[in-house]
Ligand binder design. Sequence first.
Ligand code: AMP
Ligand code: GLY
Length: 422
Amino acid sequence: MKLLVIGSGGREHALAWKLAQSNKVEIVYVAPGNAGTASEKKICNITLSDHQHLIQFCIEQEIDFTLIGPEAPLAAGIVDDFISAGLAVFGPSQYCAQLESSKDFAKAFMRQHGIPTAAYATFTDAEAAHRYIDEKGAPIVIKADGLAAGKGVVVAMTEEDAHNAIDSMLLDNSLGSAGARVVIEDYLQGEEASFIVMVDGEHVIPMASSQDHKRLLDDDAGPNTGGMGAYSPAPIVTPEVHQRVMDEIILPAVKGMQEAGHPYRGFLYAGLMIDESGAPYTIEFNCRFGDPETQPIMCRLQTDLVDLLLAALEGKLDKISVNWSDQTAVGVVLAAAGYPQTPKRGDFIEGIEAANQIGKVFHAGTTFNLDKKLIVSGGRVLCVVGMGNNVAEAQKQAYAAITPIQFRGMHYRKDIAAKALK
Ligand code: AMP
Ligand code: GLY
């Protein structure tokens, strides 16, 4: 089979790497991919991005199916375009992708279907937003309605911070049209987890549980990022919590989309806050696999990912089961100097081969320069995964694999998965 993966991050490297392991697969194209996907056996980068050019490519190359990694093309309707062209594609339609591309859509959907989430109100008028904050007090959370690449959420611990966030988004247009409408929601307390499932429109297969580390610095300090590391499984997702998430969040969401006449097909990611009593609340929905959660999760997947995707495309996820390694996987993100604000690009990266002798290195912001030297090209540069029979072993392997890697300004968290050791 010939497959296509859309995207260029660590998530897409891990998905393409897993697909390429299938003996059904002849080649996996990645558009546009990164230096990591360029270096793998049976994987080939292509530089197309425009939907019509990608469709043309799939028709000419007789691609069996396409898997969409990131949210931006999904929100732009790539799946609708592929389906109109008669191509097999795994990912949600533009309508369903609103669960991620509009916080207001997602909150209204959750309210309509009784899915547990923080109480909220939506505003376009700054005066009204300020009055709501005065009434509610702090801590309180301000969210840009649209896609803002991880920069759209302000968890305001003081009323002053909340008012400033409103002025920045609604008056100064700091996030452009993404922030022209804001959702203000109650502050939730508890522990976060990522709950990712595969949906074929009707049936659901949960992926292994995982936990991301969103803040830049150790002990969850510093600004929010796209994710600085993740591990799987996440002990906070006990069998009881798992059941509640399925019953109270995932299945109502899938049913709600079916009832709306827009069956959800694709990966669905619920970002959870689990309170002390074990009750799960939905912080957000993403309409795709998580990054960096994909990297450790794919390292634990034992079932052929091609079989899972084929079953999903045929609406037969109820007919297939999925096996996970009993091992723990820990992925640590190595970031560029200046990430997340202004990542510095162009520095040489060394030591990948040695690192791959110990763990598995997934690339994200990497490319080859004209001299074919590996250089930094984005904020999150690499994600290094270690495996082990328990959290401590997996963590040890991940950090051991990082030791040989060097680039100027490289920084990473030293406490990935530490919570799971407690
Ligand atoms: P989001 O992009 O919606 O996932 O938000 C980014 C991060 O902000 C989350 O991972 C949480 O750490 C935090 N956050 C978002 N919403 C809330 C909330 N209602 N209460 C507390 N923390 C939140
Ligand atoms: N790791 C969080 C995300 O993919 O949005």
